[in-house]
Design a protein around this ligand. Structure first.
Ligand code: BDP
Length: 699
């Protein structure tokens, strides 16, 4: 008997140590600090709720599971609180509180912790907040928290296909098991729902924006209904990405012209049908007339004609239409930077109130650093939603450690000046600057079938950061990193600090060895992995690299101040002033707007060429520092996770060198200048590096 007990203990300790990351930041492992546990136990002895709504049931379940795990003892469930020392969940729809529907209050009252909200979802968010307090070691005495979301629709966009692949997915195949649905519900859907609810994410569009009409068939609607049923108690609404040609492909009509009465009827009927499966259907997400996708322009109509037709179909219901602004033409003489703005500007004011136009954070395409999209602030009569990319298409995919909160925040915190100083992008997006009742922040999801959901263990932090910022964009990148680290990797203060630093440094480091000084779009063709600055020919001119960097014997960068393109004029005069003068433009944005001579002296005291080389070299050096910093936390993090990250950091170093050598050798052909001392020139030739890139194109 004793022998078995010993074996059991040994095995369970080994298992407890090996962490496959599947529990995300909701680990709920026993807190190591016994004293702290005892203190927490005193105020979490029971849970009482004034509602048996399914959302409250999952809130209670979560508290039970969380407290049992963290403190070693589950709370007792009681009907009403007759004594102190417990948690009271209070749904108060008629509360005089000024907090919006989803907001919650978390406060101490008569020796209890009260979580109160006008909505069930708000109480659920409050329950997760309370658990986060425990997970991050915060005090529960004299609680007085008021929290409400700054953005109404906090949404993930999955680019998942019906065949199980994921467009730009780097964490295995799709997490949605379409072949199994609706009969088998993968338990991971529940973990997914919990993870989102823990951040306040309240919407998800489940399929790729390059959409298949298949998702609108009866067969798929049954499957989507099954997913919607799982997500509903967690306050998450389901959206579907639709193919604009569906009336033809699915409905057998001759056209998909949005002004055709038969087409309109078809969408009306389809929308009603969807609601029979999913009564609280969130709505449609549409990519139209973009990268070959069909759309209203195929029939000489506008984006507004298309979006408004769908909005009309949605009229009897609460759902909305999200119409993407990611459109561009391949005009070799034009500037892709201006396309979305140009196509949508004449439509400002004619979109139906049920339409949100979803705009990528930057004007090109999720580059590691972009100036904010000039549409933000320039469309006062249209609700503009923000689209960030959580999946790291251009940001190291699954092999580079890149924490994205600073990048998201850089965009949100930038001042558009459209309504005077302080009109940040965030204030356009949250609707406050222009009084829009709807607001949206969407993130292209990075989830997949990998055990740890996101591929690189640190990529989970980008899902986490996106959700936290969609709830409250004023949170600092540091706070979010620290929280996530404590919940996910370690509670040891010194290591928490070191990992937070690793995370905060990671995006600038990535930018340094890939796209310093405001360069962009120099990645491998198609797969978007690794460098290919020499890419000269592609299906479209604006899919090459030379279109963007414009290197020549004189210098580097895309003049958008008037000589090549006048794109800078799309911004307010203050922004133009900030970025329009090459001498004063912040270096991080310099080559986005200026063609700078190689020998031009920059504010750092170095010439453009020298600065460029220094940044590439420094980026690589910094990856070495990330490695030693990670090594120093070894004893405080799970072994499996430690080795996983360690291995990926080695790949990152190798690939940072690949980027560095590719770019300095290639640009050196134009500048004709040597690598500045004391930097040591690459030991390989440009041809050697080109060969590495060619391998990626082999069939
Ligand atoms: C680009 C991706 C492409 C997406 C497109 C989009 O390379 O796969 O379909 O964005 O956002 O970044 O529609």
């Amino acid at each position: 008997m004793k022998k078995y007990l010993f074996l059991y203990l040994l095995l369970s300790s080994v298992c407890a140590f090996a962490d496959d990351g599947s529990r995300l930041w909701l680990k709920y492992d026993l807190l190591a600090d016994v004293q702290q546990r005892d203190t927490y136990l005193k105020s979490t002895q029971f849970v009482a709720a004034n509602s048996s709504h399914p959302t409250i049931k999952v809130a209670v379940q979560e508290l039970e599971m969380g407290l049992k795990g963290l403190l070693g003892k589950a709370p007792v469930l009681v009907q009403t609180a007759t004594k102190s020392g417990g948690i009271i969940l209070n749904v108060a729809p008629n509360s005089p509180s000024t907090l919006p529907q989803d907001g919650f209050e978390l406060f101490s009252e008569k020796g209890n912790i009260v979580i109160s909200s006008k909505s069930e979802a708000g109480v659920l968010y409050g329950a997760f907040e309370l658990l986060r307090y425990l997970q991050t070691g915060k005090s529960l005495t004299n609680l007085s928290v008021k929290s409400s979301p700054k953005i109404k629709l906090r949404m993930l966009n999955h680019w998942d296909n019906a065949n199980g692949t994921v467009e730009r997915g780097y964490a295995g195949s799709s997490m949605w098991k379409w072949t199994e649905l609706p009969f088998r519900i993968d338990p991971r859907y529940i973990t997914y729902a919990r993870a989102n609810a823990s951040l306040g994410i309240n919407a998800t569009s489940i399929n790729n924006v390059n959409a298949s009409s298949r998702f609108l068939t009866e067969e798929y609607l049954e499957k989507i209904k099954a997913v919607a049923d799982v997500l509903r108690p967690y306050g998450i609404k389901v959206f579907i990405s639709v193919n604009f040609r569906s009336p033809r492909t699915l409905g057998g009509l001759k056209t998909s012209d949005p002004l055709d009465p038969e087409v309109r009827k078809w969408w009306n009927e389809k929308t009603k049908e969807i609601h029979r499966y999913i009564p609280d259907f969130g709505g449609y997400l549409v990519k139209a007339n973009s990268e070959g996708e069909p759309g209203p322009q195929d029939y000489g109509r506008t984006h507004a004609d298309g979006a408004n037709m769908l909005a009309e179909a949605m009229r009897p219901f609460s759902g909305i239409v999200i119409w993407r602004a990611f459109v561009y033409n391949a005009d070799p003489k034009g500037d892709r930077f201006k396309e979305g703005y140009a196509q949508f500007k004449p439509l400002d004011g004619i979109f139906d109130p049920k339409v949100i136009v979803q705009v990528k954070n930057g004007p090109i395409d999720f580059m590691p650093r972009e100036p904010f999209h000039p549409m933000f602030g320039a469309f006062p009569k249209t609700t503009l939603g923000m689209e960030f990319q959580i999946t790291q298409e251009y940001l190291g995919q699954s092999t580079h450690l890149t924490y994205l909160a600073p990048m998201f925040k850089e965009c949100l915190d930038t001042d558009t000046y459209v309504k005077g100083k302080g009109t940040t992008v965030a204030k356009i997006v949250d609707g406050s600057a222009e009084n829009h009742p709807l607001s949206l922040m969407a993130g292209v999801a990075n989830t997949g079938s990998d055990a740890n959901w996101c591929g690189h263990p640190f990529n989970q932090s980008n899902w986490y950061a996106f959700g936290r910022l969609a709830w409250d964009y004023t949170l600092s990148s540091e706070q979010i990193a620290t929280e996530w680290t404590r919940m996910t990797l370690t509670q040891k203060p010194q290591s928490v600090q070191k990992i937070t630093d690793i995370m905060l440094n990671s995006h600038p480091i990535y930018v340094s060895y890939t796209y310093p000084l405001g360069t962009s779009h120099m990645m491998g063709e198609g797969h978007h992995y690794g460098p290919e600055p020499w890419l000269t020919k592609a299906a479209r001119p604006d899919w090459t690299s030379i279109y963007y960097h414009r290197a020549d014997s004189i210098g580097l960068g895309f003049d958008r101040t008037g000589k090549v393109s006048n794109a800078l004029q799309l911004y307010s005069p203050e922004v133009q002033q900030l970025w329009g003068n090459a001498e004063k433009c912040p270096l991080d944005y310099l080559l986005w707007f200026h063609h700078v001579p190689w020998t031009q002296k920059l504010s750092t005291g170095r010439s453009l060429w020298d600065e460029l080389c220094h940044r590439y070299y420094d980026g690589v050096g910094q990856v070495g520092k990330l490695q030693s910093a990670w090594e120093s936390v070894k004893s405080d993090v799970d072994k499996e996770t430690f080795e996983d990250v360690k291995g990926r950091l080695k790949i990152q170093e190798k690939e940072a060198l690949w980027w560095r050598d590719a770019c300095v050798l290639y640009f050196g052909e134009f500048s004709k200048l040597p690598i500045p001392k004391p930097l040591v020139p690459p030991t390989r030739t440009l041809d050697d590096v080109k060969k590495l890139t060619e391998i990626y194109h082999l069939r």
